[in-house]
Design a protein around this ligand. Structure first.
Ligand code: SOE
Length: 384
């Protein structure tokens, strides 16, 4: 098994999830390539060193440019806030490195398109970490749609609801600073919801939206760990992103969509859901019950119709065969292992995984249209 050296830029929540995926993937999806956790990079040396010790990285860098330029690195994995995605991806592509990037791909459509152009010009492999496509139940839903079980799709309802910033005293972390995050609930979790919709249903062609900020200023982070540049300052800062984004959508296949992304829905800790209604059947998924898929089929005999719960834990379900016997469920962290597995297979086959930067740029075009519509108050077409 050949080794492939990884440089991970960023070591917080996503850095932890990606590190675990690199360490686990070869145990459950043995292939020709084995990731080597070569260097982890973070601005704060002490923090990066602690993460290196905890997750098993060999070396530490505090300057991402040095990590990207290293001749012993073949893959650059971007787990930073969105304002650095573009610069790191362009540097990595120019250095001939394969690139994985957290979602959303960028903080603007222009940046996303420049990133796509750079990786395609460099001829490197690229993936955007929309990990929820790698949930077995979601990949199985894709199979049911593709094999015609759902018939023609009429409706797609997508909602990704959380509640972690409802406390007005929650500090002004970087996700609430437009200069760093690009947008709020829309880009952070709305991007997941619309990526699943474009994966499962078809391209979104137009949107009509509204975006709301419920709490307009918050305490600056005491330790400066949050909004960059706010280190050590006292007092409050202005929230410059949306707390909620909801929008109507038209799809290329003629179906219609309703979407909501909010971090103000009490009790919804990580409630990423979709319902799909077609001419022959319906599907419903809830990430908080991620091993289950609700299926309604018109083909069921009269008197016996109704939503049934499929336990997506059989060996013939996507990815499940690598894990446990039926009913022995998997979790959030497995979606990242599946994504890394797909990336390694793409590298082995000299192909491209999904979702790659082309998908990420298509998602970014929808994000931009949603923001335009919230400003114009009109339907906006999605740039293609
Ligand atoms: C915060 O909203 C967050 O960590 C997102 O950034 C992730 O993409 C999502 O998987 C979980 O929630």
């Amino acid at each position: 098994m050949a080794e492939i050296n990884i440089a991970l830029i960023g070591y917080k929540f996503m850095g932890k999830a990606h590190s675990n995926a690199y360490r686990q993937v070869s145990h459950f999806f043995p292939g020709k390539l084995q990731p080597r956790l070569r260097v982890i990079c973070g601005r704060d040396r002490a923090g990066a060193k602690a993460a290196a010790r905890q997750y098993g990285w060999e070396e530490v860098e505090t300057d991402w440019r040095k990590a990207v330029e290293r001749r012993d690195v073949q893959v650059v994995d971007i787990c930073t806030p969105g304002n650095l995605h573009h610069d790191i991806a362009l540097a990595a592509a120019a250095a001939g490195k394969h690139v994985i990037c957290e979602k959303p791909l960028a903080n603007s459509l222009a940046e996303a398109r420049a990133m796509l152009k750079a990786v395609e010009k460099a001829g490197v492999c690229h993936m955007v970490m929309h990990n929820y496509r790698k949930v077995p139940a979601v990949a199985f839903a894709k199979r049911l749609i593709e094999d015609g079980t759902m018939g023609d799709i009429y409706h797609y309802h997508g909602a990704y609801l959380q509640d972690w910033i409802m406390d007005p005293n929650f500090p002004l972390v970087w996700r609430l600073d437009k200069k760093v995050a690009g947008s709020g609930a829309l880009g952070d979790i709305g991007s997941h919801a619309l990526d699943l919709a474009q994966y499962l249903n078809s391209d979104i062609t137009a949107v009509a939206s509204q975006m709301t900020t419920f709490i307009k200023e918050r305490p600056l982070p005491a330790d400066g760990a949050g909004a960059w540049g706010a280190k050590g300052k006292k007092g409050k800062g202005k929230v410059t992103v949306d707390d909620d984004a909801n929008f109507l959508a038209h799809f290329k296949n003629g179906s219609v969509g309703v979407f909501e992304a909010s971090r103000f829905c009490g009790g919804r800790r990580n409630y990423n859901t979709f319902q799909i209604y077609g001419s022959k059947g319906s599907l419903a998924f809830n990430l908080e019950r991620m091993n289950e898929l609700e299926l309604y089929s018109q083909a069921d005999a009269a008197g016996r119709q109704g939503f049934r719960t499929i336990n997506v834990t059989e060996s013939h379900h996507p990815y499940v065969g690598a894990w446990w016997p039926p009913g022995h469920i998997i979790g959030y962290e497995h979606t990242f292992i599946h994504a890394v597995h797909d990336f390694l297979v793409a590298l082995e086959k000299d192909s491209l995984p999904e979702p790659n930067f082309r998908d990420g740029a298509r998602d970014q075009a929808v994000l931009e249209a949603v923001e335009l519509s919230a400003q114009s108050g009109r339907w906006e077409k999605v740039a293609r």
